[in-house]
Design a protein around this ligand. Structure first.
Ligand SMILES: [Zn+2]
Length: 277
């Protein structure tokens, strides 16, 4: 990335290097020849840099203040968007029909809808934080999944089964993996949606159920190391299990199968029905 900084004294945007071109997720402001502040929104980073010796402490202090203000502005905006999405989620949820057991995606996965609801052809997975509905994951007939735009995703979770009185609780990434585990194991399964969310959701669950026997059931992203990427599912599942003193369960694959990565895949493979999607 090359950047030709403009000493305009105003907020300027630049592209964060880890996001697609044109993202504008970075910002900077050059306050004086001595000090500038910059940040990257999606990483929640903001810093003040001094360009020379700190000969102008007022400018440095001003820069820090600006960085804090910019972060506050961003936080408020995000909270507004999240509140709007939560309202939409509650409205859609209350108006939706029960999930249709014949929905093509459920049929391919050979899973019942449990508590899912349906809006037209789209399945809705309710996503909660602290018992409040904050977002919906929409599952389209082709298997594509999308949450509501601007809605909260960090720390959100869904549940298959009931936590009350449960001696053993499982935590998994995706809804279909959780549902497949529920079919086989019979115990409640918490859906954390993705690997990045596992540890956060596991910690909340541990707070709520200090004595429960919790098992983190990871995805095995075994195809990623060959592409030079870490096996995120495995790494984050281990991390979550260690963080809360939970057991770890990883799928064991059928011989010769190179497709399966999670428990839902493995269940389908064993049922002999292909891999869903
Ligand atoms: Zn398989």
């Amino acid at each position: 990335m090359t950047l030709a900084p403009k000493a305009s004294g105003r907020f300027e945007r630049f592209d964060a290097p880890d996001k697609p071109k044109g993202n504008g997720n970075g910002w900077y402001r050059i306050h004086s020849p001595q000090a500038a502040s910059f940040g990257i929104w999606h990483l929640d980073v903001s810093e003040v840099v001094t360009l020379n010796d700190v000969s102008n402490s007022e400018a440095v202090a001003q820069s820090r203040l600006e960085a804090i203000r910019e972060r506050d502005r961003r936080d408020r905006k995000r909270q507004q968007c999240e509140a709007q999405a939560a309202e939409k989620a509650r409205r859609w949820w209350s108006e939706a029909a029960p999930g249709d057991p014949a929905h093509p995606w459920l049929a391919r996965k050979r899973l019942p809808p449990h508590a899912l609801r349906q809006h037209g052809k789209v399945l809705l997975v309710p996503l909660y934080v602290e018992g409040g509905l904050v977002n919906l994951e929409r599952i389209f007939p082709d298997g594509n999944k999308r949450t509501l735009a601007g809605g909260r995703v960090r720390g959100v979770a869904s549940l298959i089964g009931r936590l009350t009185g449960a001696g053993r609780v499982l935590v998994a990434e995706g809804w279909s993996t959780a549902a497949a585990l529920h079919e086989v194991m019979g115990c409640p399964v918490v859906v954390a949606r993705n690997a990045d969310n596992l540890a956060l959701v596991a910690r909340r669950l541990r707070q709520r159920l200090p004595d429960a026997d919790i098992t983190i059931c990871g995805d095995d992203d075994r195809h990623l190391p060959a592409k030079g990427k870490p096996n995120k599912g495995s790494v984050e599942a281990r991390h979550a299990a260690l963080a809360i003193g939970a057991d770890l369960l990883m799928p064991s694959f059928c011989e010769g199968c190179r497709h399966c990565t999670d428990f839902a895949d493995v269940r389908l493979c064993r049922l002999g029905g292909g891999h869903g999607g």
